[in-house]
Design a protein around this ligand. Structure first.
Ligand SMILES: [Zn+2]
Length: 127
């Protein structure tokens, strides 16, 4: 799934534009550039609904540790900043479309989750 460095033939992760071992800057086709940029972007869903996001991203280990107090907070930050990369690498997605579609839904799920929590809070507090 990863690209190989044109200079030293080592593997370069999808979200990097530079080779980690020799520092060579790869020339990316526009599609790969978009991909790299997308993977470096934040995962909003992880911020809003960490557990649901980890589960949906197929990061089952992260899901389990996100259930623990304190550690769950770490998972939130890792998920927010590195979530897309982790999920793309370890999620075992069949293709890019399946992956991005899931990421999009998880972001929406996170928004829905916060709205529900907010609604429940307002309901129990004021009504
Ligand atoms: Zn290289």
């Amino acid at each position: 799934m990863n690209r190989t460095c044109t200079s030293c033939k080592k593997e370069v992760e999808d979200w990097n534009e530079k080779c980690g071992s020799c520092g060579y800057t790869l020339e990316l086709v526009p599609d790969d550039q978009l991909k790299a940029r997308y993977l470096r972007g934040p995962a909003l869903g992880a911020l809003l609904f960490t557990q649901g996001w980890a589960l949906g991203s197929r990061l089952y280990f992260w899901f389990l540790i996100s259930l623990l107090p304190v550690v769950g907070f770490v998972v939130l930050f890792v998920g927010l900043f590195f979530g897309r990369r982790l999920s793309w690498k370890y999620g075992g997605w069949t293709d890019w479309e399946e992956f991005t579609e899931r990421m999009r839904r998880l972001d929406l799920l996170g928004v829905a989750w916060v709205l529900i929590l907010g609604g429940v809070y307002v309901y129990t507090r004021y009504l």
